[in-house]
Design a protein around this ligand. Structure first.
Ligand SMILES: [Zn+2]
Length: 296
């Protein structure tokens, strides 16, 4: 696989990938109805049928704002879940505790937890919000003490009263302490200028009230795809996850992002791709395909 190296600055923001550690998810669940003989070529599974996944957050490092998008599994602090989930959790999801972590990767970009000004959470599934909180003196508190956190109200409500299918993915220690501390702002729908050059757009096919994040200066545009397009393999329209609540709706939403992404040459940033950070895409008949892959 050919992956190009690119250094990207959009407006005032240096685009800084923040790998938070790999984990594994069932390959069948990641590709829904796509047969294994197809997906195992691009995403070979381990002996338990898990494919490697990155939990890749993103830092927008500006002169004034240090904006973090998603926070990974919280592999630094899996212990905060307690005996009920802690040990088992790491085992089921093969959470790598020895590689990069949220705080180590941020430190690599010269950013300390107290430097982060904003945290945008695409949604509250544990592999996105796990690093939002941490344990301190026996209490669970915000990992970024000076940051304002954002999530969609619809997603927060889903997370606090999860349906039976998603229950295992919404873990209260990841978000309830933020609400209690008054640092979590709930958004109602799309927001064009959440922060300078940064907008959010709602998608409901994967879970209720997920938000993808667009960073643009008019010349370069990057879309943080969250679980709408989790890896570069998911650029193709029918390749959607078994986890998605409404696959057909997700496919429609995916197309509304891929259309402008292909015509305007956006960088699509993949949260879960184990091999590349981002890619550009092009149209291929009624579908889309990857044009170039990048390490940012
Ligand atoms: Zn998710």
């Amino acid at each position: 696989m050919d992956i190009q190296k690119a250094s990207l600055k959009i407006g005032d923001y240096q685009i800084c990938p923040v790998p938070t550690g790999q984990f594994g998810l069932d390959g069948g669940a990641m590709f829904g109805t796509v047969p294994k003989v197809l997906w195992e070529q691009s995403n070979p599974p381990d002996e338990k049928n898990r494919i490697p996944m990155e939990a890749r957050a993103l830092l927008l490092k500006g002169s004034k704002h240090k904006i973090l998008i998603d926070t990974g599994n919280g592999s630094d602090f899996v212990a905060k879940y307690g005996d009920k989930v802690g040990g088992k959790f790491s085992e089921i999801y093969a959470v790598d505790q020895n590689g990069p972590s949220l705080l180590k990767s941020l430190a690599g970009h010269g950013v300390k937890p107290e430097d982060v000004t904003h945290v945008i959470l695409t949604h509250l599934h544990f592999d996105h919000a796990g690093g939002a909180t941490t344990e301190k003196n026996g209490e669970i508190v915000a990992t970024f003490p000076k940051a304002k956190y954002y999530v969609q109200r619809a997603n927060f409500e889903t997370a606090t009263k999860p349906n039976i299918r998603e229950k295992a993915s919404y873990l209260a220690p990841n978000f309830e302490p933020l609400m209690k501390a008054g640092v979590l702002e709930l958004l109602d729908g799309d927001k064009a200028d959440l922060l300078p050059g940064v907008s959010v757009q709602v998608s409901n096919g994967h879970t209720r009230g997920q938000q993808v994040v667009k960073v643009s200066d008019g010349t370069n545009t990057l879309l943080y795809c969250g679980d709408v397009i989790p890896t570069s393999s998911h650029v193709r329209l029918p390749w959607v996850m078994g986890y998605d609540l409404e696959p057909l709706r997700l496919i429609e939403e995916k197309a509304t992002f891929l259309e402008p992404a292909s015509s305007e040459n956006w960088y699509l940033y993949f949260e879960h791709d184990p091999y590349c950070d981002a890619a550009t895409v092009e149209k291929k008949g009624p579908d889309f395909k990857v044009k170039d892959r990048f390490h940012l």
